[in-house]
Ligand binder design. Structure first.
Ligand code: G3I
Length: 387
């Protein structure tokens, strides 16, 4: 039995053995317990690294890509960091500068300055750039909520998507055209998340976005991007089911969708995986003729034990087990971590540790030194089947 399947059983058994409620058992509230046996097993693993090359070079040797999200101020001001980005990555994706709040200071204006800087950085360093994201319910400037109504919504929506996609036409590897449009509400058959776009434009806002983007950029891969599809448990099962429904519906309607973006924000709380269910989901997506990208990979360590060396081992184990599963699926074409270094991670602000210790979710530490997580990602890429 492959390690990961054994580990899954171990973690399920472990949770039972140590009295932890698994997510499946506690259908409504996520388990706050951590799989103790999983952690103990991870501490016994050897993550020493004898794999030559940058993460992108290792990925490329298997026909995959590796990259990271970036923030333009860090690229501008932190030369040591930007050098590491250029060394390790083949792709970058801006965390903020292609979102509405960065691009749209007002209803009548566009500000492409940060996006243009990031593209120039990528182009100058022979990096590909992902686009994130043309349509999201979050990070909208105040004027959108204050002025968009049933009469002007279509014009504002069409104008934004077309103007941004045309500006970067031919320069974007893949666009997260729509982000996080699916949610699972207990008992509801309607899986579309409430948003200003759904409210003003109806469910067709999603396929409209794909058509508008394709009309503006004939090259970019067009991606539907979402979270909550990685772990075991009832709400993850329902999210995977709902996303598959959306993808099937979009394909049936002839929407020009090329790929699913699985964000991959692996959570401390839902540590359990069910790799057989995850593999089946990836296979079902692939059966629709849709490729898969892992778009925002990181591992929250907020509730893991304080000792950084032990935390690093468990985080590395999670990266290796998850990637060993997803990279087995031929439809997966590459991955980007949501950050390269612990120096710049959204988790510091959004999922801080209660003990106040710095979080350690990413391949490089805050001093830009490689961590066991980097070795684990390298090993999973090296062991992946070639595309
Ligand atoms: O740039 C301003 C700065 O000038 C100002 O002083 C500061 C005040 O708080 O805000 C700064 O902007 C912040 C921006 O990140 C740049 O760092 C925003 O407040 C903050 O809300 C924004 O958070 C980003 C968030 O998306 C919302 O856009 C995170 O960095 C980013 O990691 C996060 O990424 C999302 C993906 O887009 C979708 N999937 C989930 C993921 C994590 O939430």
């Amino acid at each position: 039995m492959k390690r990961r399947h054994a580990l899954r059983l171990l973690s399920t058994t472990a949770l039972a053995a140590v009295g932890c409620k698994t997510l499946a058992q506690s259908r409504q509230e996520p388990s706050d317990e951590i799989g103790v046996e999983y952690i103990i097993e991870s501490l016994e693993r050897d993550f020493s690294n004898d794999i030559e090359g940058s993460l992108h070079e290792i990925a490329l040797s298997k026909g995959l890509f590796y990259g990271s999200s970036t923030k333009s101020p860090a690229l501008k001001k932190d030369l040591d960091f930007s050098r590491q980005v250029v060394h390790e990555c083949g792709v970058i994706v801006p965390e903020g500068c292609l979102k509405w709040k960065a691009l749209r200071p007002s209803a009548n204006a566009f500000d492409f300055s940060r996006a243009d800087f990031t593209y120039e950085f990528a182009n100058k360093n022979n990096l590909l750039m992902r686009g994130h994201t043309l349509v999201w319910h979050k990070n909208l400037p105040n004027w959108v909520h204050e002025t968009v109504d049933a009469n002007n919504a279509e014009q504002i929506y069409h104008q934004h998507i077309t103007a941004v996609a045309k500006r970067f036409s031919g320069k974007i590897h893949s666009w997260d055209v729509v982000n996080e449009a699916v949610t699972f509400r207990n008992g509801s058959s309607n899986y579309l998340r409430d948003s200003i776009w759904l409210d003003k434009l109806g469910p067709s806002y999603i396929e409209t976005a794909f058509h508008l983007t394709r009309e503006s950029d004939s090259n970019a891969l067009l991606v539907y991007n979402d979270n909550g599809m990685d772990h075991a448990g009832y709400r993850y099962d329902k999210k995977r089911e709902a996303v598959l429904n959306l993808l099937s519906d979009l394909k049936a309607k002839g929407a020009p969708i090329d790929a699913l973006g699985i964000q991959g924000h692996l959570c401390f709380r839902d540590l359990e995986f069910d790799f057989s269910k995850l593999s089946q989901f990836l296979s079902d997506v692939s059966s629709l003729g849709i490729k898969i990208l892992i778009t925002e990979l990181d591992v929250t360590d907020s509730k893991l034990f304080p000792n950084p060396d032990n935390r690093d081992k468990t985080v590395a184990a999670i990266y290796e087990d998850y990637l060993s599963c997803v990279l087995d699926e031929a439809a997966v074409i590459g991955l980007t971590t949501w950050g390269l270094s612990d120096r710049y991670t959204w988790l510091s602000e959004k999922r801080p540790r209660k003990d106040g210790l710095p979080v350690r979710p990413l391949p490089l530490d805050s001093e830009l030194r490689p961590k066991l997580a980097r070795n684990a990602i390298a090993r999973a890429l090296k062991n992946a089947p070639s595309r």
